[in-house]
Design a protein around this ligand. Structure first.
Ligand code: AHR
Length: 552
């Protein structure tokens, strides 16, 4: 079978003697080589369960995300279900979409949920918070409110995901938050808002569990100080109507490494309820990565680096910014522990991804849209692995954003639709959802590169492992732009009997998918010959790999 890798299996001690039958690819000679990298998967050190919600999504009413991306309208020629793009529904089912956040982002703190319910023809047009660019279509600048709460919940139900709604704290009173919860969750026939919901075609309550209370309240969500916001959070969240639901409330948390926000917010919250700071499901954390080798982005822009045209230094610098995620999780977790000893409150990384300057939009006029490349696939794999390594801390994460925006899984315009390399990585990582995470050690030579004439380094291999039903899932990224990593993988505490590997890579680090060439970068699946506790595998340069190994 072309591309099939067959190896002789050996123990760590016998590594030097390992011989491998090289795959029939380029210069396929049977040769002897020594592994330069090592992965130890420790079955005796299980971590927590990987929440499927780590594989969550974000759809803001911003640019082409909702209008064009998600919503095409019931009368559209674009195949749709109840006005929602069918191709998107199909893809989200494939990747087992767990949770979707809406309507923002910054948009959330300008949104009146009442504008989006009731007969469509009566809904008001409003100036969108994201007022577009001169090239943007009017529907992006002036929100027609054709896609509202019922449509969003239907979208979630069609995909199998749970809805996560973000309430407006900046520009609506707390009473309106109560009413939105009432509209969504009060039983049929119980309230006037339940009747309004029924009149719109949904007699049964939506039972929405996840509620964000504002967004980036330190910035576009009201420019609050952490103390001010904590007071607002209490006011908005105390005595919310529950209807038998255990509401999972998500306060606006820190940006990047703003430990002060986390500390000051929790200090204020726990002053009032020292023993039980909870009622809070998780603190939101946002981290976007910029290519800082191109300078600090100007305020109001989305980044300095180009999404498609970049040098290896930009590749590494961007990945470096993304890899800060691990320290952010650990750092905020530590601060949270000062106030919440049992760690009842988790982290919700509800916006993450790289951000580039404008210019790579698949559809001109779609603000904040960028075309993801192989670099973003590696970034995505690296980030999902990071979440998998901290399953007791990260309860949910939402890639920003699902379609036609930053770091999108999909790009769409009218009847055109393409899965990006980021979407491909989500497909490859689906197998981790709900599994038991396993402690996994990786050692590999560092990457050395030149940054402005100065030597710089980056880690060599990273990944994560999980287990379910005697099936081991191991995902690994090799960030080196040109060197493969020949790796001894040791499964400590079990033996493998068969396996497959799915790989996303390309000789061109700029590879990306477009409407015209949708399959430039797609995963390839091969069998791997696994017999016993150890195997040798070569991770290609600039790659994301997902190994699935059946254990004896
Ligand atoms: O994802 C785009 C924007 O980035 C969101 O609206 C905001 O929360 C963040 O600053």
């Amino acid at each position: 079978m072309p591309g099939r890798r067959e190896f002789l299996i050996g123990s760590t001690a016998g590594l030097a003697a390992l011989r491998l039958k090289w795959p029939p690819l380029s210069s396929q000679l049977t040769t002897s080589r020594i592994a330069d990298s090592h992965i130890d998967v420790l079955l005796s050190e299980p971590l927590s369960t990987i929440s499927p919600n780590i594989y969550g999504h974000f759809t803001e009413n911003l640019g082409g995300v909702i209008y064009d991306g998600v919503w095409v309208g019931e009368d559209s020629k674009v195949p749709n279900q109840y006005g929602i793009r069918s191709a998107l529904i199909e893809q989200l089912r494939r990747i087992k979409a767990s949770v979707i956040r809406w309507p923002g982002g910054c948009f959330a703190d300008s949104y009146d949920w009442r504008d989006g319910v009731g007969p469509r023809e009566n809904r008001p047009r409003r100036t969108n918070f994201w007022n577009g660019s001169p090239q943007s279509p009017a529907i992006h600048k002036y929100d027609p409110n054709q896609f509202g709460t019922d449509d969003f919940v239907r979208f979630c139900r069609l995909t199998g995901a749970e809805p996560y709604l973000a309430a407006n704290v900046r520009s609506l009173p707390a009473e309106e938050f109560d009413h939105w919860v009432e509209y969504c969750n009060s039983p049929e026939g119980s309230t006037s808002l339940a009747d309004l919901r029924k009149a719109g075609g949904s007699p049964q309550p939506f039972n929405v569990r996840y509620w964000g209370v504002g967004n980036e309240s330190w910035g576009c969500g009201g420019e609050f100080t952490a103390q001010e916001y904590a007071v607002e959070f209490r006011r908005y969240s105390t005595w919310l109507p529950r209807y038998g639901q255990h509401l999972q409330l998500i306060p606006s948390g820190p940006n990047d490494d703003d430990w002060t926000w986390t500390r000051a917010f929790l200090e204020e919250i726990t002053q009032k309820r020292p023993a039980h700071p909870s009622g809070i499901y998780g603190l939101a954390l946002h981290h976007y990565a910029w290519d800082l080798s191109r300078g600090i982005p100007q305020i109001g822009t989305t980044g300095n680096g180009d999404a498609i045209k970049f040098e290896p230094v930009d590749w590494y610098e961007l990945l470096h910014q993304g890899s800060l995620m691990e320290g952010l999780i650990e750092g905020h977790w530590q601060v949270m522990g000062e106030f919440d000893k049992n760690h009842d409150i988790k982290l919700i990384v509800d916006e993450w991804g790289p951000s580039y300057r404008a210019g790579s939009e698949a559809t001109p006029g779609d603000i904040l849209e960028q075309t993801p490349t192989l670099r973003d696939a590696v970034f995505g794999g690296m980030t999902l692995d990071t979440f998998n390594r901290h399953p007791e801390k990260v309860a949910m994460a939402n890639c920003a954003q699902l379609i036609n925006c930053l770091n999108s899984l999909y790009l769409a315009h009218e009847d055109r639709f393409v899965v990006t390399p980021v979407g491909r990585v989500f497909e490859m990582y689906t197998a981790h959802q709900g599994n038991q995470a396993l402690r996994t050690m990786m050692a590999a030579p560092q990457v050395h590169y030149d940054r402005d004439g100065k030597p710089a380094t980056f880690w060599g291999l990273q990944g994560s492992a999980s287990l379910a039903n005697k099936k081991l899932v191991l995902t690994v990224v090799n960030p080196h732009v040109s060197e493969p990593r020949l790796t001894e993988i040791a499964i400590r505490g079990a033996a493998g009997k068969s396996g497959t590997v799915t790989t996303l890579t390309s000789p061109d680090i700029h590879a990306h998918n477009t409407f015209d060439q949708p399959n430039t970068l797609i995963p390839k699946r091969d069998n791997i010959n696994v017999k016993g506790p150890t195997l040798i595998y070569e991770f290609p340069p600039a790659s994301v790999s997902a190994l699935q190994i059946e254990l004896v």
